[in-house]
Every structure is written in C-alpha cells, then in structure tokens.
Design a protein around this ligand. Structure first.
Ligand code: ZN
Length: 402
C-alpha cells in the first residue's frame, strides 16, 4: 500500500492511497490519513485518540474511531478485515487516469491510435539508467548544466536563427533534423522515467504511441503522486523539457566551436530551433503538457483544470448574486490560498489558449501567399478553432468519465 503526500482536491485536503495488490487508488481525508498512518500495531486505541486530539485539535470518540475503521475496512485498506460484500463498493473509489490506463489490459490498437511497449522490464531499464546518472544527479549540478545550456543557446541565437531560414531549403538537413528532434523527444521521455526512479517513483512502461500520422515516444510513470516530496515530483516533470534545453545548448556549442558551414550547420540550426521550441512548448502550463504537471505539483492541486473551473463558477455566483447563500458558503470552504490558485488558473488558462491560438494563426498566415487576401487568416482561424474544440471535448470526456 502506498500513501501520497497531502494534495488539494476541490476545497479538501486529501491523500491518495493505492492498493498496490488490487491496483486501486482511493482518496482519503486528513482524518483517515492520520489514523491510517498510525495503525502500526503498537498503539492502543486510547493512545491513538490522544494523539488525534493533540494533532487535529478534535476529539475522536470510540464510535467515531470504529466508524472510521469500518470505512477503511470497506475499502479493503485494513489487514484482516475481510469484506467481500459487493454492495459495500467504496463510494469515493477514485481511479485516476494513469491508474485506469495501467489497469487496462493491452490497449486496442487501431489505424488511428496504437501503442507498442518497448521495454520488457521498464523498472529494470530505469534502474540501470538511473545508476549511470546517479553520481552526477545533484540538483546543483543539474541547475548549473541547465543554466549553461540556456546561456549557450541564447548566445548563439543570432547566427543560428539566420541559418534556420536558409536550412529550411535543404531537404537532407530537414530529414536529418526531424529524425534528431524525434530522438530528442524519446530521450525526453526516458529522462522523465530516470528522474522519477531516482526520486523513488516507478516506471510502468516505455513505448511508442501511434497517432496518425505521427509516432510519439512515451514514458508512463506509475504513481507519480506517490513520489515522496514535492521537489522530487517537480524534478521528474521538469526532466523532459530539460532534455530539450540541453540539446539546444549542445547544438549552439557546436556552432560556436566553428561548425558553421555546409549541411552540418544547417542541421545544427534546425535542431537548435526545434529544441528551443520544444523546451518552451512543453513548459506551457496547459494539460497535458509538462508545464501543467509542474504547476499541479507545485501548488499541490489535483485536477487543476476542472477544479479551477468549478471554483470560478462558485466564485462568480457568489459575487454576482449576493443572495446566493449556497454559493457563498461553498466559497467559504476553500482556504484563501486555494481560492487564489484556482481563480488565477481559471483566468490564466483561457488567456494562454487565446495567446497560443493568435500566435498560431499569424505564423500559419505567414506561409500563405499574399494573393489569398483575407483568406490567409480565415483558413488558419478555422483550423485553430477546430483544434481548440477538439481539445476541449477530449478534456471534458476525460474528466467526466473519471
Ligand atoms: Zn514530458
């Protein structure tokens, strides 16, 4: 059984409890967590009740304690508590998306979407790679390396950017660059797995996903939320984008070292530009990008997107309709810090989508000839709207089914 650190879900502080044998995950409140972590077979009920009163400032009488134990037992979270009554299925049985995916037997492969697992023993592979990286895996070294890579990539940006314009015309350079960029996304996924392993996490699968028309490498870190310590979880999420920054820095270093002519220079320029874009793109705090995962772990909030939308609705009702007591009391249940986080993200997310959409339209329009007139913008706008609607619906489906 694994127990996570405290997270916020809606207005409540919760811990995730994973039954590793049955492969199920539950959400429990702070009270249940307090009792669970102290059921070590050495305390008496009286001792437990005394600690409870001391730490949580509330009395837990015998009835309350038995009720709580009964709930835990129903979820089969207590040893020796056999309860096979199917009607006692846990009410708050919570299966996160990653769990559902890992519980599912091999996903069905179709022409549009397919998945192949590449490592027979992903845990062993991660452990092996982690052992190689470990001697240099100090946060100070990582920060220094990232700083150096960022600085180098920036110093050489003038020359490399000019070269990209010209490299665009070289088919050989384009093909090699695309392959190298694909490789960098594969290393990105491996990096998530290795850093998660170093931080005490477990990798469930490495593989390649087929989403017509592209092959996307992936790494599935099981029990991301069970990695102990916020910093560890953030480091595992940042490892991916960090790979792109280092790759961009390496290209810039080779360029600065004098590789500035011929196809090699073209390739360096394209791979540099691609990795700079991948670094930035992956850090955008919108689901399911790494930037979003980092923000979720940094704030300690589960399902930031839906929860912030939900809170924004309550907040709006409480502000607009002053007589709406229900909305006001619901709002009161959220701690002040959480209100700021939810409201901030509820405002930030649409602004980000709008900014990205506007940028995409202008970039796409730049590639369409002037003679198209206003149609230069109409096409890209339609395409962007389609993508946003598509993403919004998948997001909704995903949250509604869970
Ligand atoms: Zn990633």
């Amino acid at each position: 059984m694994k127990i996570s650190d405290a997270n916020w879900h809606g207005a409540n502080a919760v811990h995730l409890v994973r039954d590793t044998v049955a492969g199920r995950t539950f959400e429990v409140g702070t009270k249940e967590h307090f009792v669970m972590t102290r059921l070590d077979g050495t305390r008496s009920a009286t001792q437990l009740q005394a600690e409870y009163a001391e730490h949580l400032g509330r009395r837990l009488d015998d009835r309350g304690l038995w009720q709580l134990l009964g709930q835990l037992g129903k979820r089969r979270l207590l040893e020796g508590f056999d309860n096979d009554d199917p009607s006692s299925a846990p009410a708050s049985h919570h299966t996160s998306e990653s769990d559902r995916r890992s519980d599912a037997t091999e996903p069905r492969n179709t022409l549009l979407r397919a998945e192949i697992r590449l490592a027979a023993d992903p845990e062993k592979l991660s452990a092996r790679l982690a052992a190689v990286v470990k001697p240099s895996a100090h946060s100070a070294v990582a920060v220094l390396l990232l700083f150096a890579a960022g600085a180098t990539a920036t110093v050489a940006s003038g020359g490399l950017a000019d070269r990209v314009v010209q490299a665009w015309m070289s088919p050989v350079a384009m093909v090699v660059a695309v392959l190298l960029l694909w490789l960098s996304t594969a290393v990105h996924e491996l990096a998530h797995g290795v850093v998660a392993t170093l931080q005490g996490g477990r990798v469930a699968a490495y593989g390649i996903r087929w989403r017509l028309p592209v092959l996307i490498p992936f790494c599935r870190v099981e029990d991301y939320l069970f990695i102990p310590g916020r910093r560890g979880r953030i480091a595992a999420a940042l490892a991916g984008p960090a790979v792109h920054l280092v790759a961009a820095g390496a290209c810039a270093a080779l360029w600065l070292a004098g590789l500035r002519t011929g196809t090699v220079a073209d390739i360096l320029a394209l791979v540099w530009a691609g990795n700079v874009m991948l670094t930035v793109a992956n850090l955008v705090p919108l689901a399911p990008l790494d930037g979003y995962v980092v923000l979720s772990h940094a704030t300690g909030v589960l399902r930031l997107t839906t929860q912030s939308q939900q809170y924004a609705g309550v907040h709006l009702r409480a502000v607009v309709r002053r007589s709406d007591d229900e909305a006001r009391t619901t709002r009161e249940r959220y701690p002040a810090r959480l209100r700021r986080i939810y409201l901030g993200y509820a405002l930030l997310a649409p602004l980000l989508v709008l900014a990205l959409a506007t940028g995409a339209v202008f970039i796409a329009a730049a590639f369409i000839p002037q003679s198209a007139g206003p149609w230069r913008y109409a096409g890209p706008i339609a395409a962007v709207l389609l993508v946003i609607t598509g993403m919004a619906t998948t997001q909704r489906n995903r949250t509604e089914t869970s």
